[in-house]
Design a protein around this ligand. Structure first.
Ligand code: GLY
Length: 369
């Protein structure tokens, strides 16, 4: 078991990574708690991923005082990540008589931890919550770092808050029940950390990979909680093209951003982690084109991403101009194209990347005009 501290909003909180750590949820329940609401999804319950959490909370006791635990269910996928869902859940919490001293536990993947964190941040102007992350993607990214939010019809994660949990529990045992495709998607976010200071993550146990990734994220969040200095932006390595690929795949499928069938951060045709993986390789090519890195470093990117079983190439038939249009819309783009690009000091946010250069590199890797 590894415990990593995140320092943000004037306090430190633990991210606990290890086998069976969700059974210790009681260690993170504040003594004054009277009601615990656990937000999850039916599929997470059915998968068995949170059986240990259920056991721990159903038998949880504070000497001399009753604590009641209620289970709240939300819908599956990005289509459930809405203001409407948050309103319904807040109503249920009000009917349970929950007050500011009570606790929310968000148990699931990124959809649940994003919604749970947002709900906790607004209910009674903010209550405490604990994240129990059950997917690889949530463990190495979504559940850690205090970003919460929901989608609007106009785009993903457009409404949200910074609201940090009391603790994040990353139970490696929960990952055993993950479908392969979901695991691969998480691998894209995990592999990203190899370029952000976690070292070569290949060939080490999954628990250590997750702990190393979380340690990098914790350090970055602690140094730039609100993404003000630009440091936190490096967590978006590979995301500029990744989001564009997801957007283009969604548009082809005819679904909106909150269309059915989507899970955390993914469109029907392009899983988030796969888009990030392709985006990282593309960012390395762009960095090499701009002479920020040499060919050996570029090749290392391709090699590492491929050895995680992730795609490295932009899907055949993709349109360069369509992808650039999506990149312009990215909420992190600002007025010009911004990429996280590797360089002599490692990856950093680089603004004002000329569209003509991006087009040139897209065309050189086989995109259609
Ligand atoms: N997912 C990127 C961040 O937490 O900043």
């Amino acid at each position: 078991m590894t415990t990593i501290a995140v320092t943000a909003a004037g306090r430190s909180y633990p991210v606990v990574v290890g086998e069976g750590v969700m059974a210790k949820v009681g260690d993170h329940v504040p003594p004054e708690t009277q009601t615990i609401a656990v937000l999850t999804q039916q599929a997470v319950m059915d998968s068995g991923a949170i059986d240990a959490l259920r056991q721990a909370l159903d038998s949880f006791e504070v000497p001399g005082r009753p604590v009641t635990c209620h289970w709240l269910l939300m819908g599956e996928g990005e289509s459930a990540k809405t203001l409407g869902t948050v309103g319904d859940l807040a109503g249920q919490m009000a009917r349970l008589g929950m007050h500011r001293g009570d606790l929310l536990v968000a148990a699931g993947g990124g959809v649940v931890t994003d919604v749970g964190g947002f709900l906790a941040s607004i209910y009674h102007r903010g209550i405490r919550f604990v994240n129990v992350a059950t997917t690889l993607l949530a463990q190495v990214d979504a559940a850690v770092g205090g970003k919460t939010g929901v989608n609007l019809p106009e785009g993903k994660n457009l409404a949200g808050t910074f609201w940090h949990p009391l603790a994040v529990l990353c139970d490696i045992r929960a990952l055993e029940s993950l479908p392969d495709a979901e695991c691969r998607s998480g691998m894209g976010e995990l592999a990203k950390y190899a370029f952000l200071g976690a070292g070569d993550l290949r060939g080490i146990p999954l628990e250590e990979q997750v702990a190393r990734a979380v340690a990098v994220k914790a350090e970055i969040v602690s140094s730039d909680e609100r993404e003000l200095s630009g440091r936190r932006m490096v967590l978006n390595y590979g995301h500029t093209l990744g989001h564009a690929l997801e957007g283009a795949a969604l548009a082809r499928s005819g679904e909106g951003v909150t269309g059915p069938g989507m899970r955390h951060g993914e469109g029907p045709g392009m899983r988030h982690g796969e888009g990030v993986a392709i985006g990282i390789v593309f960012a390395a090519r762009l960095a090499a084109h701009l002479a920020r890195i040499g060919d050996e470093r570029r090749a290392f990117h391709e090699d590492l991403i491929a050895s995680f079983g992730l795609p490295t190439e932009i899907p055949r038939g993709s349109s360069a101009s369509e992808l650039v249009t999506y990149m312009r819309r990215d909420k992190k783009a600002g007025r010009t194209l911004t990429f996280v690009l590797d360089g002599p000091q490692g990856p950093e946010a680089v603004g004002d990347v000329p569209e003509s250069v991006v087009m040139e590199v897209l065309l050189s890797v086989g995109c259609e005009p």
